[in-house]
Design a protein around this ligand. Structure first.
Ligand code: SF4
Ligand code: MSK
Length: 625
């Protein structure tokens, strides 16, 4: 693991973070970095995954002195069960988000809400046809009703495979069937993992992990993919647009509202409400110049991709955004929201508003958003922000630095448009070695690392090597702040990538969305594989999550690997106490699915590791370097 972090300069690479960390110290605000110090050193049993709390004969900890738990489970079994449940947490997070999207879509189809509508009818019809829903001569809402039911089916227990398996290359599908990796239903696989890992069930580490891979494939190719596709249908398919990032997007003379979490269902309504003249007039009456909406984490990504709403920061910037003293309200949906935000808010005048019954925070106000009342609730929330403006203490406001420009909005549809409607230019560029491969850098921040150091340096190193980089999640903000998400960044790229991106007018690092939008990367990989006539595992692709922290990030890594995409992680999950689990992750999976994990905390060495993999895959395809 990276060395213990000590000074403010060692905590983050960003000036806006340094400035706010100094202010936090001055204002007596505790941050994630302070708490990490108090938690260090971490428990070795937990870190290596050999602590079992699955039943009350334990908890049991495996050591040389005590190599078996009370029930007789060894380190391999304990680690695989713990890791299986860890992955289940991630799959459940993404997929329950996907289910919320289906429920919203179902409500629209059945006329149960006027607040949400179908924004991209063409995409809805295209997906309906793809999934075998009849569209010919039918009313749009009738198609939508059947499509919503079809999506629900992918969560259930009646199918042999989830719907979007139709996108997977044939050869790969056969391999998944042979290996028992075919995901049958999102909920089924997650439930089965919880069952398998109950005391006295699956006591074969490799067997548990194979099911883990199947469950994660269910997340990637169903739960997450459905979340992405419905979000596009309801709120519009993203297309390239300009936006701005860093804490400089907050405005001293305006009411600042931050939206945080993952699902756009709440934040899209907040966006509509802040743009209503009545709200703007009300804000002006209270002495503000206007209402400024900015995003954090993946809810921020969703709004930025579709509407160009500015991004205040990624995971480790969420506390620091409040430390500016300029935020009236932080409105959250779910996932990756630190409970500490309530306390940090109390040090200023910032109120946290929760919106989902499944994600309440003690000390926050709850404004429940439902399909029939989204707009009304959004107005209520915006009024609360307006009322809090008077409580702001101007002497405690400090907004650091100027925002940085970015270009966002690269859905697969937009990418295809940029290439004239076909993948041929990209395939030709890959064959010619001008674009040697593509890497998705995805995921989080983790205070164990110097914030964004690995995210940014890995992206820089890869584009120098003529490797196209796709970013999602919290890496987006890192790449944006580093100036990599604009077409001018081609100057930092190798000659081949510079030529191709220059001709297409796209940045060498392209933003493809939020965490669930990693499903867009899966779809792009499948499109490329089908275009060339190979499996995804034959392609010169990789993914990386250099500074990951969450269960969801591990699940994304697992579905990427199971889909045939080599995946680099900055540090391993808590599995190193088991040789079987560790060896399977780092090597064994390669024989089964044509991809495995690689671990490397140093971004420069990680770039070499990924480059080696790309060379290997290019060679396998008979492509010259
Ligand atoms: Fe201990 Fe076995 Fe119970 Fe785990 S399942 S706590 S190893 S007795
Ligand atoms: S928000 S999962 S910190 S990317 Fe999707 Fe960021 Fe990681 Fe959460």
């Amino acid at each position: 693991m990276p060395a213990k972090i000590k000074t403010i300069e060692e905590m983050s690479i960003w000036e806006d973070a340094h400035q706010m960390l100094r202010k936090a110290k001055k204002d007596g605000v505790e941050t994630a970095w302070d708490r990490l110090e108090k938690q260090t050193p971490h428990c070795k049993f937990g870190e290596t995954g050999v602590c079992c709390r699955i039943c009350t004969m334990g908890p049991c900890r495996i050591s040389k002195k005590a190599p078996l738990g009370v029930c007789g489970a060894d380190a391999d079994v304990i680690v695989s069960r713990n890791f299986g449940r860890f992955l289940a947490g991630g799959a459940a997070g993404h997929s329950d988000h996907g289910r919320d999207c289906i429920e919203a879509f179902h409500a629209v189809a059945h006329g149960e809400t006027k607040d949400y509508t179908i924004k991209d009818e063409q995409k809805m019809l295209r997906i309906a046809q793809e999934l075998g829903v009849e569209t010919e001569g039918r009313e749009l809402l009738d198609v939508a009703k059947d499509l919503a039911d079809e999506f629900f089916e992918s969560f259930g227990s009646k199918r042999d495979e989830v719907g979007f398996i139709c996108r997977v290359p044939e050869k790969q599908k056969e391999n998944w069937k042979k290996l028992g990796l075919m995901p049958r239903g999102v909920d089924r696989e997650i439930t089965e993992m919880m069952h398998r890992t109950h005391m006295g069930c699956d006591n074969d580490a490799a067997n548990t992990l194979i099911h883990g891979a199947r469950m994660c494939l269910g997340d990637g190719w169903a739960g997450s993919m459905i979340a992405t596709e419905i979000s596009d249908i309801l709120f519009g398919t993203p297309s390239p647009r300009k936006a701005k990032v860093n804490l400089g997007v907050l405005k001293e003379d305006q009411i600042n509202i931050l939206v945080h979490g993952h699902n756009p269902i709440v934040s899209e309504m907040i966006l509509e409400a802040v743009n209503e003249q009545e709200m703007i007039d009300l804000a002006k009456e209270k002495g503000a110049a206007g209402i400024n909406l900015a995003g954090l984490c993946c809810t921020g990504n969703e709004l930025m991709m579709r509407k160009g709403i500015p991004m205040a920061g990624n995971h480790l910037m969420t506390e620091l955004a409040i430390v500016t003293g300029a935020v009236e309200l932080i409105v959250v949906d779910y996932q990756c929201i630190m409970p500490s935000l309530v306390q940090v808010g109390k040090c200023y005048h910032t109120k946290m508003i929760t919106t989902a019954d499944k994600a309440k925070f003690t000390g926050a106000d709850h404004v429940k958003f439902e399909m029939h009342n989204g707009k009304e609730q959004a107005r209520k929330v915006v009024r609360m922000a307006i009322d809090r403006f008077a409580m702001r203490n101007p002497d405690r406001v400090e907004i650091p630095c100027e925002p940085v420009d970015i270009v966002t909005g690269f859905s697969n549809e937009a990418l295809l448009d940029a290439m004239g409607g076909s993948l041929t230019p990209l395939v030709d560029a890959i064959k010619a070695g001008k674009v040697r491969g593509a890497v998705g850098i995805v995921g989080c921040n983790n205070p164990k690392y110097k914030h964004d150091y690995c995210n940014v340096n890995l992206a820089r190193e890869l584009i120098k090597k003529d490797i196209l980089v796709i970013v999602t999640g919290c890496v987006t903000t890192a790449a944006g702040k580093a100036g990599l998400l604009v077409p001018e960044a081609i100057e930092q790229a190798g000659p081949g990538l510079k030529e191709i991106c220059g001709a297409l007018g796209i940045p060498p690092v392209i933003h493809m969305g939020s965490c669930v939008d990693n499903a867009r990367i899966l779809q792009l990989a499948a499109l490329l594989a089908n275009e060339i006539g190979v499996s995804i595992s034959d392609l010169p692709l990789a993914t990386s999550s250099p500074e990951w922290y969450s269960e969801k990030a591990a699940t994304i890594g697992a579905y990427a690997v199971a889909s045939g995409i080599y995946t680099h992680l900055g540090h391993p999950p808590n599995i190193t106490g088991s040789p079987i689990v560790t060896n399977l992750a780092l090597e064994g999976l390669d024989d089964l699915v044509g991809a495995c994990f690689g671990i490397e905390p140093d971004p420069f060495k990680a770039a070499e590791l990924i480059d080696e993999r790309i060379k290997l895959k290019r060679k396998g395809l008979g492509l010259e370097e």
